[in-house]
Design a protein around this ligand. Structure first.
Ligand SMILES: Cc1cc2nc3c(=O)[nH]c(=O)nc-3n(C[C@H](O)[C@H](O)[C@H](O)COP(=O)(O)O)c2cc1C
Length: 170
C-alpha cells in the first residue's frame, strides 16, 4: 500500500476484535514511531505500551469515560518529555515535545492501516489521572492515548472541509 492510499484509508476505529496484535506488527508500528521527525531530532517523547486490563480501564476513566479504548488489545500512551529538549529549546521545549509526540502518533496510525489494524486518537483528558494509570515517570506527560486492534466496525468515512477552506495561497 502506498502512503497516499493509507492516508485515505485511515479512519478512527472505536470497536476492536478480541484478537491479539502480533508482536512483529507491534514492533513495526513502534519502529514507524521512531522514524518520525522531532525537534532537533531529540525525540522528546516516551511511548508506554499498555496491555493490562486494569490500566486500560483507568486510562478510559482518564479519557472522560471513553470505555471503547479498553477493548483494544494494546493501548499506546504517547507522553511528551519536555526535559529531553529543554537544554536546547528552553520554554519552547514544552510545545516541541508535544509536537514530537504527535508526529510519532501520525506515523503509528498510518503504519497500523498498512498492517490491517485500527486506531483512534484519544485525548488524555485528565493527564494526571492518565499518568497515574500507567505509572508514568516524573516529567512524562500523557498527551495521546492510542488504542490499537483489529477493527470490529467499518464506520462511514467522516467528511472534510473544502481544501479552499484550509489552504491559503499567498
Ligand atoms: C487532537 C485530537 C483529539 C481527539 N480526541 C478524540 C477523543 O478523545 N475521542 C475520540 O473518540 N476521538 C478523538 N479524536 C478523533 C477525531 O474525532 C477524528 O479524527 C475525527 O472525527 C475525524 O474522523 P476520522 O479520524 O475517522 O477521519 C481526536 C483527534 C484528534 C486529532
Amino acid at each position: 500500500m502506498n502512503v497516499i492510499k493509507a492516508i485515505n484509508k485511515r479512519q478512527s476505529i472505536r470497536a476492536y476484535q478480541q484478537k491479539e496484535v502480533e508482536p512483529e506488527k507491534l514492533e513495526a508500528i513502534l519502529s514507524a514511531a521512531n522514524r518520525a521527525p522531532s525537534a532537533g531530532n531529540l525525540q522528546a517523547y516516551q511511548i508506554y505500551v499498555i496491555r493490562k486490563e486494569e490500566m486500560k480501564q483507568k486510562l478510559a476513566e482518564a479519557a472522560a469515560g471513553q470505555n471503547f479504548l479498553a477493548q483494544a488489545p494494546v493501548v499506546l500512551v504517547f507522553c511528551s518529555v519536555p526535559e529531553r529538549s529543554k537544554e536546547k529549546y528552553g520554554e519552547k521545549s514544552v510545545v516541541y515535545a508535544m509536537q514530537d509526540a504527535c508526529a510519532a502518533v501520525c506515523n503509528v496510525m498510518l503504519a497500523a492501516v498498512e498492517l490491517g489494524l485500527g486506531t483512534c486518537w484519544v485525548d488524555a483528558v485528565i493527564e494526571t489521572l492518565a499518568a497515574k494509570a500507567i505509572n508514568a515517570k516524573n516529567g512524562h506527560i500523557p498527551e495521546v492515548i492510542l488504542p490499537i486492534g483489529y477493527p470490529a466496525e467499518k464506520p462511514p468515512y467522516t467528511t472534510r472541509r473544502e481544501l479552499s477552506d484550509i489552504v491559503t495561497e499567498v
